[in-house]
Design a protein around this ligand. Structure first.
Ligand code: AMP
Ligand code: TRP
Length: 332
């Protein structure tokens, strides 16, 4: 059976972009492969976080994984910092990764530009991500378009090490949906930027937004000139983005949607779109509330960490041995 690994940072409210670009695919994959889904808290702290908020968001994200349809009996759901092998492998891999290739990463350049005090953790971010993936002998990594470059680096690190020491790591393949299938959902207020939890409030729909807030944000979403509804990424970026969201939430083809609304203006299109988004998120929001019973998510995460650790340990030991580290001695 193929192995799948992916992670999401607990760095803000999950957006519809995270759901359509990543989580929705996780749910489908759990029936086709042995899956590990991680709350990557150690990645979140590469930029400043409020401790109480990080704590709460870690629980929230784990609950949203399950509420989105991940079944903890089938998929392994865990918190990255609960399995120390991630940090340990990250150190070992960093010794086989060049500063040059890390400083060329687009995300590092973008996030690093914002502040003067850029942590070295931010530079190391893709190495930790490579550790996450390689620890589980991962075959495929479902992510949105924005993670493509990081994945390429994970592959390069794995190949470099395999070349030097003989086979150690499985080289993972990216699993990125086509653009029209949600790889890159754009902001509602700026169709040239991706929808992100770090954006301004009206630019994204959060998975836990109540129906009236969803309707309001979609009503306020920017549109393009004209009044025709058709797919054209270049000339109609805003409407094309809304159409992709419509298509993914309703299950209807883009052509069907274009035919239905044609030149009838954006009003009815937007109100129907809001309804489809609300109906898509409704079951997730209901399950999320059920998971808030004390102890439920803790039990899922305890089991997930134990399962993940047992797999990660084997890979880590294999690599430690290959590079000549002496195994720890036991006196009994
Ligand atoms: P992050 O929130 O950056 O941890 O991203 C978690 C997952 O969601 C990654 O696989 C991202 O590629 C994906 N993702 C984030 N934003 C979007 C978006 N606007 N459209 C599609 N996928 C996204
Ligand atoms: N960097 C990813 C993001 O921001 C999150 C992530 C961390 C990840 N480790 C991973 C994704 C391993 C896939 C596999 O979206």
């Amino acid at each position: 059976m193929k192995r799948v690994f992916s992670g999401v940072q607990p760095s803000g409210e999950l957006t519809l972009g995270n759901y359509l670009g990543a989580l929705r695919n996780f749910v489908r994959l759990q029936h086709e492969a042995e899956c590990f889904f991680c709350v990557v808290d150690l990645h979140a702290i590469t930029v400043p976080q409020d401790p109480a908020q990080l704590n709460r968001r870690t629980f929230d994200l784990a609950k949203l994984y399950v509420a989105s349809g991940l079944d903890p009996k089938i998929a392994t759901i865990f918190v990255q910092s609960h399995v120390p092998a991630h940090s340990e492998l990250s150190w070992l891999l960093s010794c086989f990764t060049y500063i040059g290739e890390l400083s060329r990463m687009t995300q590092f350049k973008e996030k690093g530009r914002k502040g003067e005090n850029v942590s070295s953790g931010l530079l190391m971010y893709p190495v930790l991500m490579a550790a996450d993936i390689l620890l589980y002998d991962t075959d495929a990594v479902p992510v949105g378009e924005d993670q493509k470059q990081h994945l390429e680096l994970s592959r390069n690190i794995a190949e470099r090490i395999n070349h030097h020491f003989g086979p150690v790591f499985r080289v993972p393949e990216p699993l990125i949906p086509p653009k029209k299938a949600g790889a890159r959902i754009m902001s509602l207020t700026d169709p040239t930027a991706k929808m992100a939890k770090s954006g301004e409030a009206n630019s994204y729909i959060a998975l836990l937004d109540p129906p009236e807030v969803i309707a309001k944000k979609i009503r306020a979403a920017v549109t393009d000139s004209g009044r025709e509804v058709y797919y054209d990424e270049v000339n109609k970026p805003a409407i094309s983005n809304l159409m992709v969201i419509y298509s993914l939430c309703s299950g209807e083809a883009l052509e069907t949607i274009a035919e239905r609304y044609g030149s009838s203006g954006y009003g009815r299109f937007k109100s129907d779109l809001a309804e489809h988004v609300i109906q898509t998120l409704k079951p997730i929001q209901e399950r999320y509330r059920e998971l808030s019973e004390p102890g439920v998510i803790e039990a899922i995460l305890a089991e997930g960490a134990a399962k993940a650790e047992s797999v990660a340990k084997v890979t880590l030991d294999r690599f430690r041995q290959k590079i000549g580290l002496v195994p720890r001695f036991n006196l009994d």
